[in-house]
Structure formats: C-alpha cells, structure tokens
Design a protein around this ligand. Sequence first.
Ligand SMILES: *Cc1c(COP(=O)(O)O)cnc(C)c1O
Length: 502
Amino acid sequence: MPVGRLRPIYGEPPSKVLMGTLDPTDWRELRTQGHRMLDDMLDYLEHIRERPVWRPIPNEVRARFREPLNRSPGDLTAAHETFMSHVLPYAVGNVHPGFMGWVHGGGTPVGMLAEMLAGGLNANLGGRDQMPLEVERQIVQWMRELFEFPESAGGLFVTGTSMANLIGVLTARTAALGDDVRHAGVATAGKHLVAYASAGVHESVTRALNICGLGSDALRIVAVDADHRMDVDALRCAIEADRDAGRTPFLVVGTAGTVDVGALDDLVALADTARREQLWFHVDGAYGALARLVPDLSQRLKGIERADSLAFDFHKWGQVPYDAGFVLVRDAEWLQRTFALPAHYLRRDRGGLAAGSPWPCDLGPDLSRGFRALKTWFTLTVYGTDRLGESVSRCCALARYLARRVEEAPRLELAAPVPLNIVCFRYRCEDSDRINAEIVVTLQESGVAAPSVTTVDGRLAIRAAIVNHRTAREDIDALVEAVLAAGDAKAASEPRRAREAS
Ligand SMILES: *Cc1c(COP(=O)(O)O)cnc(C)c1O
C-alpha cells in the first residue's frame, strides 16, 4: 500500500505518523530558503572576479569546524550562513580565473544546476534498470566516438584519473596473468611483471602498481627527450633488458599531457611498441585527452585511438564540477573479467528492476555510485563540444601568450617548452629555488593569482597551468606583473639581507 494511504496508528492523525521523516513540515519555508541558497551560488559565480583567488584561513574560521557532534536539530538558514561566511570564502579558488596552480577545472553554472538535479534524484548507479544508467551509457558511446574506439569498448565514471589509472593497471594485470589472479593472487603466477612510463608520469600510476600488489618498483621510469616526451628507444632497450633478466613486461603507460610541463608522449610510437611487444597500452590523458575536442590539437593525440585503456577527467578541461573521472577500455570484456562478482543479492533478470546487465558494478570496483553522468551530460549537451573545445584551445593560446611575455621580460626565463597549457618559468636571480618559491607564496597570499611550483630538470620553477575557461589575457598580465613585482622586491631586499648576515 502506498505510504500516503497508511492508516493512522493509535488514532493519531497521519501528519503525526509521518513526523519521523527528515522532510520539512513547511515546504514553503524550505523552498524560500532553497532559492536563497541557489541565488547565493549564482551570485558567487557571476561575481567571482571581484574576489581574491585564495585567502589564508584565520584560526577562528577553522575553529568553527572543530565542534562536537550535534545531537539536537539545527537550523538550515544558520547552516547556510555558516557555509557562506566560513567555507565559501576559503576554498582553493579553482573557480576563479586567476587560479593556475594545479590542473583544476573551473566548473560551470550548468554543471552546478545539474548537480542539484542529481542530488534530488539521489540515484545509485551501481546497476538495475533505470534511465540514469542510460545517461551514463550515452556518455560511454559519445566517448567511444570521440576517441574512435570500437563498438566493443566500454567504460564508466569514477572519482578521477587516479582511480581510472588504477582500473587500467588492474585490467592490464588480468590480461597478463589471466582471471586466476583474482583468487590466486599475484605471487602464485610466478612472474615478475614490469610496466613502463616516462619520467613525467603522474604519481597515481606508481601508486596503482603498488595498490595492485605488483609494487611501485615494477614501474620502470623511462627517460624523456628535450621535449619531455618518453624516449621510445630507451623504452625498447628497457623492455629488452627486462626480458633478458627473466622479467615479464606487461604494460606501457603513455601520458597525454604531463602534469609538470604538459608534454604529450608520441602515442603512435608507443602503440607500435606495445603491439610489437604484446603489452597492454594504457594512456593517462587526465586533462590532455580532451584536447581531442580541438581539431588542430587532435593531431597531436594521434595514437590515442589505439589505447587498450584510456583514463581522463571531465572535471579538468571538460569543466564538469568535481568529481567526474572516466575510464574507457577497448574491450569491455576485460573490465568484466577484472571486476564482475557473482553475488546472489546482485542477481540479474530479463525483466523488472534487475534487468539491463551488465551494470557498472560489473565493470569497476564500486557498487554504490553517484550520478556523475548527469552533470557531464548537461555540460556536453548545453555547451556542445565545439564550445568546450574552444575553451581548451583558448587555454593553450593563453599559455603561448604567457610564454611570450616571459621571453620578452629580461628578468624572467622559461624553464621548459610550452607544448600545451602549462608554462614553467622563473624569476632570474641568485638563490633561484628559494626566491621563486617565496614569490609563489607571496602571490597566493595576495589573492591576485595562484600559480604553484614544480621541479624541472632538478630546478624549481613557477608553474602556471591554464585550465579554467574563465581565465583571460588580463589574468595572465596580472600574473606576470605580480611575479615581477614580488621578484624585484625580494631581489632588492637580498643585498640588505646579505649585508646583515655579514
Ligand atoms: C590530474 C592528473 C591525474 C590524477 O587525476 P585525478 O582526477 O586528480 O585523480 C593523473 N594524471 C595526470 C596527468 C593528471 O594531470
């Protein structure tokens, strides 16, 4: 019997019986408050430029979140006010156009609204016969098209590329050792598996080898050329040396957009090598894969269509709000062989809710999963791939503009080539590592711009990763001016410091 028609227990009126629910008694009041919350976030996005990129968190603000657990009910309006005053102003700042610190996407108002719809629907996308899964399958099909993967390809949403890389490595492990590895473990195979990636590889790949029981030493770090791309001859030599030593090469990881300098490995050469050596070819395209949306950049991703598995994020260059990672596997069968479980409570049927197998829980490690596909579907549907591609393209143009400004400024120097959207540079000075690190902290604390630091060829560099669709020329100009001003101020104080020390 539907809940609405439940008979009152002990003669109490139905409204009393329903008091136990967490829904409001006054929906009108909730609605008004909800509209206020929505307006606040739209205001935040509309006026983001007027705010600092980031600001240090005062101790009183942190203290507000060191309180004991609440037993009695609180007030929604008060909770919202606390969020507005204590949380929102102290976020990382990746929504802001001046944020260039790490490879973070900027999000969009459309993505935010879609998150609200998904939150209300509260769909669990582990499985069962439901339209939300068809939305996810639509994205799988679109990605198959975008990356020219065959019909056999399958994939799913995950938290991020870290998880997608792990899935790629686990799947490669199944391909190398067979399904037996799932119950017998890696040791019983009696093989010493080894994998290869360039020196620019993301740490999540190293961690994936560790998590899957092969150990992070199983990842061979292959040298890079002057453009920070994997040296393919060095790769071939490393494979040969490992085979000669009785080890079993099983996986090559190519990177499409390294996190430090934005280098793109030669994916065609890696695909050729992987095929010849019969190795699994995984591509970490965390942000770079979506350069595929731009016709002239797409050329440089050639070979990505030959990957056995591809990991990337919609939450970086796709501008979908966090989190929205994705893994695409050339033959979905491998995902099932790696993850599917015969649990009796997950029994399938030809009809009813248990229809529509295989489900995402057969293809990855999660059972309960949120509706990440919805914000991605809205983003792709409302903006379209041309517009999303334009923002990718603009980020690269801004990176070239920044590189030019660095080259034109005598006190600045480029620290690495700029193949994509990441610019590594330095303020020229004595004690360069320390001064450049200080410049970055000064900039972040000023709220004007938020670059980060990385190490290029053993030396510290300021890194500006341009990923946000809101970033414009004026933000690049502000960054350059602020670096010069902070660098000049520090350089001017150095002789004084040196005098004081002597
Ligand atoms: C960001 C990034 C990752 C990790 O992705 P998450 O979504 O943060 O888990 C992996 N590889 C590269 C190249 C990245 O840029």
